[in-house]
Design a protein around this ligand. Structure first.
Ligand code: AMP
Length: 400
């Protein structure tokens, strides 16, 4: 069923609690990259332009002891948000109590308030009590009492049951998705539940063990699953091929065999690889077909595989990509990942969905990000969504 979104709500004069993802990189109080704050702007602006009082909650980093708190304050985020919105933003340096309640009650329609880091609640009087990340029922109830409606726009934490997402939602009459969350549900949820065919998944990265749930689920939904990256060679080993010194998970070879048997020709492995004598950019390297020779390790898919992958992709109507095709951090082994990213940018008739830090970095580096349908904002959350799991943060959003 479709989920309620912020545009379904009557916001005028309402205290709108908003769970956003302001978990930005921060060092010595300086924000390294404000992409996540920028990404939250459309929902925040919508709320204030429609007369809501925006009360923003987010976690920032991990708070495990009192000493972690000063470096993980939301204050610099509130200041940056104020610059981006070009209007004053009230920052409240606490997560509960009179100061917070008075500040909220003093808001006028269209005002914006940022509360201190929700994870400050994980440490009380020096003790690691995990009230936020353990979804303490009293905390969710308390935060819910501060607002009239709840908007959850933090997809990155949707796979977790925390007080600031699930806890608040379970104490609210209505929880709506923000625009970012709505887009994640539409594209990732849509690909998993109701893809337009042909549906092709491209899965890469180091380990089979990390991606097994995704491979399994997507084999049951997709028309083809293209495999690249280090996990390829566990599949090679399962087929009895030579893998030289390539990355392999020996304890996953039997599992890889089972997957290969079940998948038939749905699962496509690279037919050639770029192999090197050492895990170094300037090591001796060459392209080989099939078996990896002794003394070499495979660090990227080869040009023939890139061509074969493109042949499968060119007629796709839905594409999901997660994980690099090789050690793309080293220029000599980046071509597979970059070519796949570039090719996705040419597929104007397909829904193209990218998840995971490395694949996202690749499409951004290539400048093709804006040619794709959707770049997920959540690493762990997008993987679990692709595995077909119910994400508690999304389940807690009201149906339309
Ligand atoms: P993951 O975190 O599982 O998505 O894996 C990403 C990492 O896998 C990147 O740091 C890549 O350098 C690495 N990787 C990709 N292909 C290979 C390969 N053939 N051998 C070793 N590492 C690889």
């Amino acid at each position: 069923m479709a989920k309620l979104t912020v545009s379904d709500l009557d916001l005028k004069g309402k205290k709108v609690l908003m769970r956003v993802d302001f978990n930005v990189p921060i060092k010595d109080g300086v924000i390294g990259n404000d992409n996540r704050i920028v990404a939250a702007l459309p929902t925040i602006k919508y709320v204030i332009e429609h007369g809501g009082k925006a009360i923003l909650l987010s976690h920032l980093g991990r708070v495990k002891k009192e000493d972690d708190k000063p470096g993980l304050s939301m204050r610099p985020v509130a200041e940056r948000l104020s610059n981006l919105l070009n209007k004053p933003v009230t920052f409240v340096p606490t997560t509960e109590g009179k100061q917070l309640e008075d500040a909220i009650n003093g808001l006028s329609d269209g005002d914006v308030l940022v509360m201190e880091n929700t994870r400050y609640e994980d440490v009380k009087d020096g003790e690691y009590v995990k009230r936020e990340s353990g979804n303490d029922p009293e905390l969710g109830k308390y935060w819910a009492s501060l607002g009239d409606v709840f908007v959850n726009d933090a997809f990155g934490t949707a796979h977790r049951s925390h007080a600031s997402n699930v806890g608040i939602a379970s104490n609210m009459a209505q929880t709506a998705a923000g625009f970012l969350m709505e887009k994640e549900i539409k594209f990732i949820g849509g690909a998993v539940d109701n893809p337009e065919h042909p549906f092709v998944a491209i899965l890469g990265g180091a380990k089979v063990s990390d991606k097994i749930g995704v491979i399994d689920n997507l084999l049951s939904k997709a028309d083809k699953v293209l495999i690249g990256g280090g996990m390829t060679y566990t599949f090679y080993a399962a087929k009895g091929m030579k893998i030289g010194n390539s990355l392999v998970e020996k304890d996953k070879i039997d599992l890889a065999k089972e997957i290969l048997d079940k998948a038939g020709d749905k699962l496509v492995l690279p037919s050639d690889s770029v192999v090197a004598t050492e895990f170094k950019n300037d090591a001796d390297h060459k392209t080989v077909d099939g078996d990896i020779p002794d003394g070499y390790m495979a660090l990227d898919i080869g040009p023939k595989s890139i061509k074969e992958f493109e042949d499968v992709l060119k007629s796709a109507k839905t594409v999901v990509w997660n994980g690099p095709m090789g050690v793309f951090e080293m220029p000599n082994y980046a071509e597979g990942t970059l070519e796949v990213g570039k090719f996705l940018g040419t597929l104007s008739d397909a829904k193209t969905i990218v998840g995971g830090g490395d694949s996202t970095a690749a499409v951004q580096q290539l400048g093709v990000a804006d040619k794709l349908s959707h770049i997920s904002t959540g690493g762990g959350a997008s993987l679990e969504y692709l595995e077909g799991k119910t994400l508690p943060g999304i389940a807690a959003i009201s149906d339309k």
